[in-house]
Write a protein that binds this ligand. Structure first.
Ligand code: ZN
Length: 289
């Protein structure tokens, strides 16, 4: 039975676990390291030493590490949450672990968790839509997890007028600019959390920003369904989960934007362990190759 060492590396914390045969033997969370990749590697190595010791497992069948950023081959292109602005080689991190070791984008791992254990279990197709500081999507189609460079629906432009609101990338009016945490902050002088609080207290500008975010979500989800008519859409990410009722549109709101049926739109139920479970199932699949 596979014994997988799993790491979920985020901007605030690093979660590590030893999972064997779908049982978490040991789980530990430590503070993350920002802006220094070699320091981050030694912290992950230290955590590995610690959890292997606690689980009394000196060797494992594989180590899977989830990172918050786009990965091409053995290069992390950038990572906002980790404070990494230019590409870094993942070679030294791979070399730190002698056995089977794979590094994958955290959202790609989360799709594995939903497919094998979560809301997408048993389905032929679903989208995972993450709404937090940024936006990301994963896809299962014909019972296959779609891999590779895909899913940047957040930067699909919804409003092509020159006066549309700006993105962090050199274009305007994309879904991300309206609905991501970063996009909401760029439209306000407050944090996205405060924008929701202000709107609750009747602040007109904040109410308008949130209404626009919700409308963009209807438009964006409609576009996603036009591309793949999936059986379910699973929402994750801090903003998507904490403000689900406020920003996730109803069937009636999405209807005008798609010619396909609108499937159930549900929150992820895997909580903080989604990244660890994703790493585990990714590792089990990697062992089969
Ligand atoms: Zn954009």
């Amino acid at each position: 039975m596979p014994l997988i060492e799993c790491f979920d590396v985020g901007g605030t914390s690093i979660r590590g676990a030893i999972i064997e045969n779908e049982n978490i033997l040991v789980k530990k969370t430590i503070p993350s390291v920002s802006g220094n990749f070699s320091a981050l590697i030694s912290v992950i190595q230290q955590l590995s030493h610690e959890i292997r010791g606690l689980a009394k497992k000196e060797t494992v069948d594989g180590t899977i590490i989830g990172l918050p950023g786009p990965i091409r081959g053995n290069v992390l292109l950038n990572s906002g949450p980790l404070g990494i602005t230019s590409s870094v080689s993942l070679g030294p991190l791979l070399q730190a672990f002698p056995n089977l070791v794979k590094i994958e984008n955290d959202l790609k791992l989360a799709v594995h968790a939903e497919f094998f254990r979560g809301q997408g279990n048993g389905l032929d197709s679903f989208y995972l839509l993450a709404i937090s500081t940024g936006m990301g999507t994963g896809l299962v189609w014909n019972k296959k997890i779609v891999s590779g460079t895909m899913g940047e629906f957040g930067h699909v432009v919804l409003d092509a007028k020159p006066a549309a609101i700006p993105c962090v990338l050199p274009h305007r009016g994309c879904w991300f600019a309206y609905s991501s945490g970063k996009g909401i902050e760029m439209q306000s002088s407050h944090s996205s959390k405060d924008v929701f609080l202000l709107a609750k207290n009747g602040d007109e500008k904040s109410k308008k920003i949130i209404a626009a975010a919700r409308a963009a979500n209807a438009h964006g989800i409609g576009n996603m369904l036009n591309v793949f008519a999936v059986q379910k859409i699973i929402i994750m990410g801090s903003l998507g989960l904490s403000q689900f009722e406020e920003i996730i549109p109803t069937e009636q709101e999405i209807q005008p934007f798609t010619l396909h049926p609108i499937p159930p739109i549900v929150p992820s139920l895997l909580g903080d362990d989604v990244g660890l479970w994703g790493a585990y199932y990714f590792g089990v699949e990697a062992k089969k190759e």
